[in-house]
Ligand binder design. Structure first.
Ligand SMILES: *Cc1c(COP(=O)(O)O)cnc(C)c1O
Length: 355
């Protein structure tokens, strides 16, 4: 294992008020950095003060979007400890995204070690107010100063940390979803299953349209037939139809969410009928007509579970159930959070204490 160098900050930042934390605007004192070059491989791992990255305007990531990232959280437990939720899955996914984007693989064990070391230094930044957490953003960017198109030879890997507020400060409320059959997030054979920058740039225009129509998120259909549901915003999507919990099967254009997998395992452990399969938007509307569509919700690290109250597709808006939070969504939200915050026994072995 490589040694991780440490450069101390001249002064430390004041910590924000925990009761008014938003998302993604405040960063801690330190970050982890590491570089890649073909001759040295990944080298120079270091924890140093959070600060700007100097780069030439020709730097490849700025032109061709060769960038990948991850998102996970550190949680403050009731006993004052700090724990991570399934961090190895995020690091493994980072390498899968990197493979798709022609980037060199990281040593997953070393990256987990580096993250834990960074968290030990920054442990006082993990907020303790209900629903708050420390969001962790590992990222890899292409750094060659070159504007010809090829994959970069050099890369920077970094991890930055941001204390974030409760996702539902005003309570656990359903969102309104707008289905687009004009724009797609990802295509067959494309990079939809990678957490890569361009996917999010590609989603912005339809998101803006949804917002203008008064909807919170876009529901994406498949890029081939514009028929099957894929994801909602940057979350995975679930439907409760009758007594079956359904989520679209992974097909290359859907991001394989850690929360998605946790939901599947948890629902299965309750004895629910769980299916990963294709689900057409027409099937969703048909189930609604028959009175069998019970719940719809998104899953992701940021929101955990995001219940959907209304869906609009092709000019028709439907209300899911009574427009409120259904029992499956509510139970998943509570039980997942209880494990993440160490309030319930972790019978799946998902949590990793770090301090
Ligand atoms: C990150 C992400 C998700 C959710 O993944 P989690 O691991 O559960 O946070 C779902 N869809 C997209 C497009 C994403 O980027």
């Amino acid at each position: 294992m490589m040694d991780i160098a440490f450069r101390k900050a001249g002064s430390l930042k004041a910590h924000p008020d925990e009761s008014s934390l938003g998302f993604g605007t405040i960063f801690t004192d330190y970050m982890f950095n590491m570089d890649y070059s073909p001759d040295k491989g990944w080298h120079n791992p270091r924890i140093e003060p959070y600060g700007p990255i100097e780069m030439e305007p020709s730097t490849m990531v700025l032109h061709y979007g060769q960038a990948i990232f991850e998102g996970l959280k550190a949680y403050r437990t009731d006993s004052g400890g700090i724990q991570l939720f399934r961090p190895k899955d995020n690091i493994a996914r980072l390498n899968r995204s990197g493979h798709r984007l022609c980037m060199p693989a990281l040593d997953e064990g070393f990256i987990l070690e580096a993250l834990i070391e960074l968290l030990k230094i920054e442990k006082d930044w993990v907020p303790g107010a209900p629903g708050t957490s420390l969001y962790i953003r590992p990222t890899i960017i292409a750094t060659d100063p070159y504007i010809g198109l090829r994959s970069s030879n050099t890369y920077r890997f970094f991890i930055i940390l941001s204390p974030v507020g409760a996702y539902y400060p005003e309570g656990f409320n359903p969102v309104k979803i707008w289905v687009t059959s004009q724009y797609v997030r990802a295509v067959r054979g494309g990079v939809g299953e990678a957490k890569t920058a361009g996917n999010y740039a590609a989603s912005l225009y339809a998101s803006d349209l949804a917002h203008k129509e008064g909807y919170t998120q876009v529901m994406w259909l498949d890029g081939v037939e514009l028929k099957y549901v894929e994801e909602v915003g940057s979350m995975n999507i679930f439907f409760v139809i009758g007594d079956e919990l359904i989520t679209p099967m992974l097909n290359g254009s859907i991001l394989s969410g850690v929360t998605r997998d946790s939901v599947l395992q948890m629902a299965q452990s309750w004895g629910m009928k769980v299916s990963e399969r294709k689900i057409a938007i027409d099937e969703v509307y048909a189930a609604q007509e028959k009175g069998e569509l019970k719940e719809v919700f998104g899953s992701g690290t940021a929101a955990v579970i995001s219940p959907v109250g209304h869906i609009k597709f092709d000019g028709r808006e439907i209300t899911i159930g009574d427009g409120g939070v259904g029992p499956v969504s509510a139970r998943l939200f509570k039980e997942l959070m209880d494990i993440q915050y160490g309030r319930a026994e972790d019978r799946f072995g998902w949590t990793l204490p770090v301090a």
